[in-house]
Design a protein around this ligand. Structure first.
Ligand code: MD3
Ligand code: FE
Length: 198
């Protein structure tokens, strides 16, 4: 795992945020559910050829927004270029950004339970995460659910690259720290997760 702290300048953060707002106009945020229909504690949308969702059929990558049924918007070029150059930092010179999951943690009690990212067919490509807005309290463990976890604060402009062993580490978001960033007028935290699925 590579944690690049304060990697993005404020103007780069604002540019990415602007793209997220444009994407959100055509692909509105929604609350995913588990198989048993219980809702997650955050909102999400996607861009890319496919997008990750969770509903009564479980975790899946699909080609259309589940509410509008329209294809996802393309991944903005600045995010494609940025993530390709970030992947090269950890040795992957052939990373293809195929999907970008946009998670929005709006409330103090927004969170994401400990899990492993298993929906992707390609389990070798790195995963790249971009944090914007309020601090996120990130938990990272090991390959087994019972492995001890440690807490890392993800701040606006931080990048996390999950590669090699860490690609399959259990992880989650314990919560956010409201009022720690003024990037988003509405408050809260946005996380972009860029992946090669196939
Ligand atoms: C560690 N998102 O969408 S990003 C997810 O902040 C997810 O929204 C969190 O976990 C968020 O699946 C964490 C950082 C991250 C992303 C993928 C990982 C950490 C990871 C994959 C393996 C290990
Ligand atoms: Fe995850």
């Amino acid at each position: 795992m590579l944690h690049l702290q304060n990697y993005l300048s404020e103007s780069q953060q604002r540019e990415i945020l602007h793209h997220c707002r444009e994407i959100g106009k055509r692909a509105p945020l929604f609350i995913p559910t588990m198989k048993n229909r219980s809702p997650f504690n955050y909102q999400m949308t996607n861009c890319g050829k496919v997008g990750w969702i969770s509903d009564q059929n479980g975790y899946q990558y699909i080609e259309n927004h589940p509410v509008t049924n329209k294809p996802w918007q393309p991944i903005p070029e600045v995010i494609r270029n940025l993530t390709k150059s970030l992947a090269a930092k950890v040795g992957d010179y052939n990373f293809t950004p195929e999907t970008c999951l946009i998670n929005y943690y709006q409330k103090e009690n927004s969170k994401l339970g400990i899990h492993q990212d298993n929906t992707e067919i390609n389990k070798a490509a790195p995963i790249i995460s971009i944090s914007l807005g309020d601090d996120g309290i990130f938990l990272i463990g090991g390959k087994r659910r019972k492995d001890p976890t440690k807490e890392i604060i993800l701040k606006s402009g931080d990048i996390l690259i999950l590669h090699d062993e860490s690609r399959m580490f259990y992880h989650g978001i314990k919560g956010i720290v409201p009022g720690t960033s003024n990037l988003l007028n509405s408050g809260g935290r946005l996380n972009l997760t860029i992946r090669q699925v196939y």
